[in-house]
Design a protein around this ligand. Structure first.
Ligand code: UD1
Ligand code: CA
Length: 476
């Protein structure tokens, strides 16, 4: 839903001193992604185009994080010196085409709870009011350090006064500026050019555009948002952790309402991006990160770490599964204690049992590896059984090599496949075989040393050690 008449500027140049971090504030992770991703998601849902992100501290890192975590059409502007929100907005505005004459939504990259619904309502109210400039305000019991919204007797917004610059009467005002604005682009360009750093901090205050608009007799509308929590910023690690908990709770509640069972919501850590179908049962201590998709009726017993995994309907993940960037096809049984690394692709009806590690391994429908195996860089057909302790020897110290195994094979226990190597279909691999070259369809392959037996050897061995223990079957 693109809106060619709406652009956005997201201020994100600050460091966030109280985080006590060398990383810019918007880079800190929240809900499984850098904080800035959340502001961008809400703004993008409005269809603003472009969205200009103003970067300063760790500009290239913030730019990379924003790009990697947003589907939005983003542009970036550098604010070389942090001279205030007005200066920052000016830097952003310079990135918009000169002929752009629509609305500009201005907001912060470090307001992660903001929702698209609220921004949409605000934008609609801005249009209805026909104001040149609108801002979102909220009422707070403790307005502390925020800028105060000063209104005249008629209730019209006159100015925003920063707490540090405010008189005691102004400081008593409980309506504060959230830092989200919507302004006519032409007005904004002209107003920003007029800003002067005449204040306690010696900064260019974006908030001064309110006074500038009023001075020209233009309409300014302060739209009071209902839920101040949406505008909570993050200033410390403690606030970050609290917000993380809040997001997690919200996500869990949504999932449960949609038919997902969380056996213990307190230990369910599920990304907002996860798509989880109805009648999925998620046991205790489970992390579902990134963009997981989990099909109907899947059961996750507990203690699992899943990232960017697609799980088909009715799969059963037993305790202790770690899986990343992989697909687990329908009706598969995984674990306990299985490690599915990136590029694992199970077609369906598969079984990956305890202490099995897979990496870039494709298993056709119905194939199984039930115990103690390593399958790396492997392509395995359908209905093949990989016995206990099978190893694909994929790494020669320099390069990785592929193992291919066909359909309906029995790969015996303790087999090593020295890759690159191909085993055909319907092959029976005797246990303990080391496969070093191609095996044809339908063959039996073995590399056993002939079994040798020396009768009576144990007696002589014990005698040499003066051990009188009788050997079974020995005549006394
Ligand atoms: C600002 C508002 C204040 C409002 C408050 C809401 C001004 C002068 N004051 O306060 O009225 O109540 O936000 O949180 O605008 N930033 C830059 N470049 C800069 C300075 C800031 O990009 O030079 C960015 C920061 O990264 C941050 C945002 O602007 O995302 C707000 O900066 P911050 O210093 O937190 O806001 P205040 O100036 O304290
Ligand atoms: Ca400041």
């Amino acid at each position: 839903m693109e809106n060619s008449n709406l652009a956005a500027i997201v201020l994100a140049a600050g460091l966030g001193t109280r985080m006590r971090s060398k990383h810019a504030k918007v880079l800190h992770a929240l809900g499984g992604a850098p904080m800035i991703a959340r502001s961008l998601r809400a703004i993008n849902a409005l269809g603003a185009r472009p969205i200009v992100v103003v970067v300063g501290h760790q500009a290239s890192e913030v730019e990379a994080a924003a790009r990697a975590n947003s589907d939005a059409h983003l542009a970036f502007a550098l604010q070389p010196d942090l001279k205030g929100t007005g200066d920052s907005t000016r830097c952003g505005l310079e990135s918009l085409p000169v002929e752009f004459s629509g609305d500009v939504l201005i907001g912060y990259g470090d307001v992660p709870m903001i929702t698209a619904e609220t921004l949409r309502a605000f934008h609609a109210a801005h249009h209805q009011s026909r104001a040149t400039l609108s801002l979102i305000s909220v009422r707070l019991d403790n307005p502390s350090a925020y800028g105060r919204v000063v209104r005249d007797e008629a209730g019209k917004v006159q100015a925003i006064v920063e707490a540090r610059d405010a008189s005691s009467a102004e400081r008593a005002i409980d309506e504060i500026n959230t830092g989200f604005y919507c302004a006519d682009a032409k007005f904004l360009r002209a107003a920003l050019a007029e800003l002067k750093p005449n204040n306690v901090q010696g900064e260019y205050y974006l908030t001064d555009i309110v006074m500038i608009a009023r001075g020209r007799g233009l309409e300014v509308n302060a739209w009071v948002a209902k839920d101040p929590a949406e505008f909570a910023g993050i200033n410390s690690r403690e606030e970050l952790a609290n917000m993380e908990a809040q997001i997690r709770e919200q996500t869990n509640r949504k999932l449960m309402a949609a038919g997902v069972t969380l056996v213990d919501p307190a230990t369910a850590y599920i990304s907002e991006q996860a798509e989880i179908a109805a009648d999925v049962v998620i046991g205790p201590n489970v992390q579902i990160l990134g963009k997981c998709r989990i099909g109907e009726g899947v059961q996750i017993d507990g203690t699992a770490w899943l990232k960017d995994v697609e799980i088909g309907p009715r799969c059963h993940l037993k305790i202790g599964v770690r899986a990343e960037e992989c697909r687990i096809g329908e009706d598969s049984d995984i674990g306990p204690f299985a490690h599915l690394r990136a590029g694992t692709d199970l077609e369906g009806h598969n079984r990956i049992g305890n202490f099995v590690e897979t990496k870039k391994a494709r298993l056709g429908r119905g194939s199984k590896a039930s115990h103690l195996s390593y399958l790396g860089d492997a392509v395995i057909g359908r209905d093949t059984n990989v016995g206990c302790g099978v190893i694909t020897v994929n790494y020669d110290g320099y390069e990785k090599h592929e193992t291919r195994i066909g359909d309906r094979c029995m790969v015996g226990c303790d087999t090593q496949l020295i890759a690159p190597v191909t085993v055909g279909s319907d092959v029976y691999v005797a246990s303990g075989t080391t496969i070093i070259r191609e095996v044809k369809n339908g063959a039996l392959v073995m590399s056993h040393h002939p079994q040798r037996e020396k009768s009576g050897w144990m007696r002589s061995w014990r005698d040499r050690h003066n051990d009188p223990t009788p050997v079974e079957g020995e005549s006394k």
